[in-house]
Design a protein around this ligand. Structure first.
Ligand SMILES: Cc1cc2nc3c(=O)[nH]c(=O)nc-3n(C[C@H](O)[C@H](O)[C@H](O)COP(=O)(O)OP(=O)(O)OC[C@H]3O[C@@H](n4cnc5c(N)ncnc54)[C@H](O)[C@@H]3O)c2cc1C
Length: 386
């Protein structure tokens, strides 16, 4: 391991111990079969790691974002992919912050006990993309229910979740003063919904990250499934995005260290021209360079966690951490691949799998340009571009 023990060492050791039961070969096999890592997720749920941020009042340990970020970092650092589970941590937060007491009582205890999955959040739509305020999915109130019509795309883990948080328009865009108003969020019970107004179509993609297209055709959901205030859903969802970005930054940090560990090991072992390839500065400098980048990104990740846990604004830091960490892990992936030469392409080394997995974070959950736009306009005060 590359770093000195830190104050989260006990937590790191506990998560690593669980992850050791799921070696590279497990994830390689799951990836080859394009399957979901069921056993791994069950083990994480049973150990309570995915309910880390649920307060003690609802049966959770009440840990902070910092500890939750250490958990996902360790999963990725152990060769796994927290992308299969991270939704459970941040979606729960939306319910915790904006749910009614009845909703919290109904769901949070079971989530903390590892009995209920809230892995999915449906925001993105095919025709509007990042321009979220233009979403076309509607929720119309009728006889004590909301009737949902529309379409979503790229929605993760739907087949492996009990609940999904859905963003839909409750007031048409033309009738609101601000474009961010008039949208609402709902809890969708997926077992009730699929086949009764909700159709799910998987989208095979570059990584073994389960994503789906969703079609809503007069799906009815109970009125009490509205989370928070009607019309304020966009704001409620945004509140959950800082933890999401920060957790993903931590996953990228875990990936970054994993790639560097592997590159260093191989560069020390592989003999070409009668010496370890790592003796060549052309091989060692890129590894050192990427290590510096990961270390620097890690500082911003902990800064974002610290601010969030202190209930201070952390939008800039969460976005910057995600950007720096995603960039650093992708660089580390490239360097690791290059260090391994041809062997980096062999499935059995796991590098190509992790290479594909870490590439996602330049695009989702927010693409690089949109982070630049946020920093340029909200932090630096440059003119709005959209
Ligand atoms: C594997 C995977 C899992 C996902 N899981 C989920 C999920 O669970 N739930 C969910 O809601 N969504 C999910 N997404 C969607 C993801 O959040 C979006 O793909 C991402 O936000 C980018 O949106 P888009 O694909 O619509 O790109 P677009 O908005 O179409 O943008 C395309 C490109 O143009 C750039 N661009 C667009 N507008 C501008 C501008 N004004 N200035 C500069 N550049 C611009 C973007 O940065 C991007 O590079 C997932 C996506 C993937 C690939």
């Amino acid at each position: 391991m590359l770093n000195e023990p830190d104050k989260y060492q006990d937590l790191r050791d506990a998560v690593r111990q669980l992850c050791r039961q799921f070696p590279d070969a497990y994830f390689r096999d799951v990836d080859a079969q394009k399957a979901y890592p069921e056993k791994f997720v069950d083990a994480l749920m049973a150990a309570g790691w995915l309910g880390a941020m649920i307060p003690e009042a609802y049966g959770g340990p009440g840990l902070g974002l910092t500890e939750a970020s250490v958990i996902v970092e360790e999963i990725n650092r152990s060769g796994g992919n927290a992308g299969a589970v991270h939704g459970q941590i941040y979606n729960m937060g939306t319910l915790l912050r904006h749910g009614s007491n009845a909703q919290k009582e109904k769901y949070l205890r079971d989530i903390a006990a590892g009995k209920l999955r809230i892995q999915s959040m449906a925001v993105t739509e095919p025709t509007t993309g990042t321009d979220t305020t233009k979403i076309k999915t509607t929720a119309v109130k009728k006889d004590g229910r909301y009737v949902i019509n529309g379409q979503k795309v790229w929605i993760s883990r739907v087949q492996h979740s009990d609940l999904m948080i859905l963003l839909a328009r409750t007031t048409p865009l033309a009738e609101v003063k601000k474009k961010s108003e008039g949208m609402s969020i709902f809890i969708v019970d997926l077992h009730d919904a699929i086949g009764r107004g909700l159709t799910v179509r998987p989208i095979p993609n570059l990584v073994n990250h389960e994503t789906n297209e969703l079609f809503f055709d007069n799906l009815e959901i109970p009125e009490e499934n509205l989370i928070g205030e009607e019309g304020k859903g966009f704001k409620h969802i945004l509140d959950g995005l800082n933890p999401e970005r920060t957790l993903i930054a931590a996953e990228c940090i875990g990936d970054g260290y994993w790639f560097i560990d592997r590159a260093v090991k191989y560069a020390n072992q592989r003999i070409v021209f009668d010496r370890p390839i790592g003796r060549n500065q052309g091989v060692q400098f890129p590894i050192a360079d990427t290590y510096i980048e990961v270390e620097a990104a890690n500082l911003m990740r902990f800064r974002a966690c610290e601010l969030y846990d202190a209930h201070k604004p952390c939008g800039a830091e969460a976005n910057m951490a995600k950007h720096l960490a995603a960039k650093a892990s992708w660089e580390a992936a490239n360097v690791c691949m290059q260090t391994h030469g041809g062997f980096g392409f062999a499935n059995e080394y796991d590098i190509e799998r992790k290479f594909r997995e870490t590439r996602l974070y330049q695009v989702a959950p927010i693409s690089t340009n949109l982070i630049f736009a946020y920093v340029a306009e909200h932090v630096l005060g440059l003119p709005r571009s959209f």
